[in-house]
Design a protein around this ligand. Sequence first.
Ligand code: PEP
Length: 256
Amino acid sequence: MNKTVRKAVIAGNWKMNKTPAEAKALLEEIKPLVKDAGCVVVVCVPYVDLAAALEATAGTGIGVGAENCHWEVSGAYTGEVSAQMLASMGVQYVIIGHSERRTYFGDTDVTVQKRARAALDAGLTVILCVGETLEQREQGITAELVAMQAKIALQGVSREELARVIIAYEPVWAIGTGRTATAEQANEVCALIREVVKELYDAGAAQALTIQYGGSMNAKNAAELLAQPDVDGGLIGGASLKAPDFAEIVKAATVG
Ligand code: PEP
């Protein structure tokens, strides 16, 4: 990563794990371990844990994010939570377009764009996930697919708003599988995303954009992945639920 021009961001994605009491306990464990972090540290937690996470991280510099949001501000959308609601609580980040939302909950490039738009309108920072399935990689369409996902999601996002967008490259075949992209594979696609952003905006905007890798990043492989020039951090699932492992990744980002 190139820390002279952009921020390294390590974000945990807790998925559907931890009760509020467990969230508090995990954060109390994480806090002392990351207090000297030389990168941005974020935890994205289930909606029910947001209040506990905000309370536990107050004054620490650890950012708190949600894992999704709806595109409308309010209305008859039973079970949904709006970006405005998240912002009103003090939540700063939201993951949009995670592959689990695309696979299990019908999120499409179009709804991802709408959610990202709403999140930016509410003042949140978006962690926008893109990535190919194994089948798509084997078909040789990774570059086109990831470019298309990024282009659709960024439709209508101004250059100024781009400062509140982080793109997470998450190959679907590497998420929760223990199968990590090689450092070269991760860097290649992160660099490609940066080229797409350069085409859409300009070289300065592309250079300033934080692009994370996500997919079975852990305490052992983080340093190699984060040493790549176009990998500016990580979106971490499983390993973010273990304080020492998460802290080790934060340490790797601090050094890298
Ligand atoms: C994720 O959920 O975004 C993720 C990368 O998960 P894992 O680290 O468990 O592969």
